[in-house]
Design a protein around this ligand. Sequence first.
Ligand SMILES: *Cc1c(COP(=O)(O)O)cnc(C)c1O
Length: 388
Amino acid sequence: MHPIYMDYAATTPTDKRVIEAMLPYFGEMYGNPSSLHAFGQEAKAAVEEAREKIASHLGAEPAEIVFTSGGTESDNFAIKGAAYANRMKGDQIITSAVEHPAVLETCRFLEKEGFRVTTLPVDGEGLVDPDAVADAITDKTILISIMHANNEIGTIQPIAEIGKLARERGVCFHTDAVQSFGQLPFTVDELHVDLLSATAHKLYGPKGAGLLYIRKGTRISPFMHGGEQENGRRSSTLNVPGIVGFGKAAELAGASLVEEAARLTAMRDRFIRGLFDRLDGIRLNGHPTRRLPNNINLSAEHVEGEGMILSLDMLGIACSTGSACSSSSVETSHVLTAIGLSHEYSHGSLRFSLGRYTKENDIDTVLETLPQVVGRLRSLSPHHAGRQ
Ligand SMILES: *Cc1c(COP(=O)(O)O)cnc(C)c1O
């Protein structure tokens, strides 16, 4: 059996067309885009072409895109940058309980620096209530950071609504769109965001290339100091191959986004229905419809997530428990805790994330294999004794 990769939310394979676009910039086109000579200008032209492709995908101006090293840096830059730039205005940051650690840990750091962080709860399907955001805003609020789509359970937040009310109240609004960029159709104006994070390796681009969209006029302090690249907003010599790959990846994602979202949504829903037909004692985590086209997060009672992952891995099927970052620790996922999942269910959680190279027969294989794996593990579980 060929190996089946169903962990696209952790990272995606790099598209061959992206690799091809990048290769010359590892080789003969090695110039530094800040240099004035022909070598530099050639590299600069490639960076600017990528910036334009990405800006047009987002409905933004090229000058509003700042390249970074990835989603984590972009989240750090957005939150620390907006917090420090607005320190004279206030000290309150509003976020949600289901954010990526790159947001939650940055907020925790800022708390130690004297900022106040309001962490909003979510409902049982992982949604933030826009009314709760409105109620939390005070005249000391300087930043709201709510993710677009959740990396563990796939729930898509009402970002446009939250963005609208942030704008009405004059509060800077950041969204981590790492999971939705290239997967959901949106522009920065439709979402009413001032700051938006994305990363290339979640949309078939290379690792180590990210971006922060910064709406014109947004107050943000630079986070990297040095050579004043990116108009002084992010110092360091640009990652030219990575940026070229990111541009190509955004172009490719944009060209097939609608059809690909429909294809993945149909596979996702067949996968979910198939599992419910074949397995007892399972639940779907996250929202049934307001969820990423590629995300399936489920919990099975009387079985451990790690046990399922390892058994599936031996059979050539790659998926994850919770998020990739937390799956090496035995701690329960903060996202599953936030949606109110009991200990029993959260320990038996699995995330399958589909993508560009997932085929219908991969779904069939997993639908055959997973019930066998769960059945075998349950037969060994003392909690499951006597039940079938
Ligand atoms: C993957 C991910 C990140 C981190 O991006 P890196 O480029 O790996 O640093 C941040 N936020 C979300 C929602 C993610 O899924």
